[in-house]
Design a protein around this ligand. Structure first.
Ligand SMILES: [Fe+2]
Length: 167
């Protein structure tokens, strides 16, 4: 019964909620960049969670866990927003990485260096999302703007908390 729908690839579908297609297309591209970047950052945060050593072990181990769990939920909300505005969400790690402004952690560094990189990455995310909010507001997509606005503060707070652990 569900045979034909299960063979249909999720791509663009028509949306008539007041934001025109061209603008929704641009917002979807922007959200894809945020979701891709978030995936790479998520992996780096877990890398610190697992590999942290030194006197700040316990606080960094717990802090990164709280932060990546929060990001996990946010990624889902943002990817689903892409669907709600009519486009396909990214699928697979390659697509996430191709759309990421966050560089992958390719080798293990000292805890201090990895945390320093996370601080930079969270600030980069805050800037990326701030641009996203501006783009969404420009075309009156208040829902997307609202969803993203909260995330700016979360990344700013994460940058502060991580930075405060650095010696
Ligand atoms: Fe864990």
């Amino acid at each position: 019964m569900a045979h034909s729908s299960m063979q249909t690839v999720a791509k663009e579908f028509p949306v008539e909620t007041g934001v025109n297609r061209k603008d929704r297309r641009e917002l979807a591209t922007m959200l894809t960049q945020i979701v891709g970047s978030s995936h790479v950052l998520y992996a780096k945060m877990r890398g610190v969670h697992w590999n942290v050593v030194g006197p700040a072990f316990y606080s960094l181990h717990k802090m990164t866990e709280e932060q990546y769990e929060d990001l996990h939920v946010a990624i889902d909300d943002m990817a689903e927003r892409i669907r709600a505005i009519g486009f396909a969400a990214p699928t697979g790690l390659k697509e996430m990485m191709e759309n990421s402004v966050i560089a992958d952690q390719e080798k293990l560094l000292t805890t201090n260096d990895m945390v320093t990189e996370l601080v930079d990455d969270h600030e980069k995310m805050a800037r990326l999302i701030r641009d996203g909010v501006a783009a969404a507001e420009e075309v009156d997509d208040v829902k997307t703007a609202d969803l993203l606005t909260d995330r700016i503060g979360v990344h700013e707070e994460a940058a502060w908390m991580l930075r405060a652990t650095l010696s």
